[in-house]
Design a protein. Structure first.
Length: 159
């Protein structure tokens, strides 16, 4: 851990950095999965889903940047290299054989929900570590993830 003047103990900072690192890895994994969906979706809903998947990937990259910057602020060293993501992500591998809009929507929504729920659980950990800034960051992130999940699920109605 790098030194910082943030008034959290090294133990608190290490705990939060470990938590945020896992979320960073999973947000990167999910963003890459969304690009796979973006490239491979087919069918009558192609254009709106192609654009939606790209927008969601962009949102995740922004959220990933926020997570990485918080790690750095706390004295950690964020790592979302391809190797780290492949080794550490707990998200289910994206089904690269998916072709239909419904297949991609289901795969994306399932993984999106898993990530949102991991962020929701992380809020409690950050709160228990008395890190209000990280708690706030994760609360905002989870709120946005829930909103985007609603958009994904709306496409699955009647599918």
């Amino acid at each position: 851990m790098h030194p910082t003047r943030i008034q959290l103990s090294i133990e608190q900072r290490h705990q939060i950095c470990t938590l945020l690192q896992q979320l960073l890895v999973e947000s990167t994994d999910l963003a890459l999965a969304l690009k796979v969906a973006h490239w491979n979706v087919r069918g009558p809903q192609f254009l709106p889903l192609h654009e939606l998947f790209d927008q969601l990937a962009d949102k995740l990259r922004g959220h990933g940047d926020d997570l990485a910057e918080r790690i750095a602020q706390l004295g950690g060293q964020p790592d979302a290299t391809a190797k780290r993501v492949a080794e550490q992500s707990e998200l289910e591998a994206y089904p690269v054989t998916a072709t239909t809009a419904e297949d991609h929507l289901t795969a994306v929504a399932d993984r999106w929900a898993d990530f949102a729920n991991a962020c929701r659980r992380a809020i409690e950990t950050a709160d228990d570590a008395d890190d209000e800034v990280t708690t706030d960051l994760l609360t905002g992130l989870t709120g946005d993830l829930d909103k985007q999940l609603w958009f994904l699920e709306a496409h699955l109605v009647g599918a």
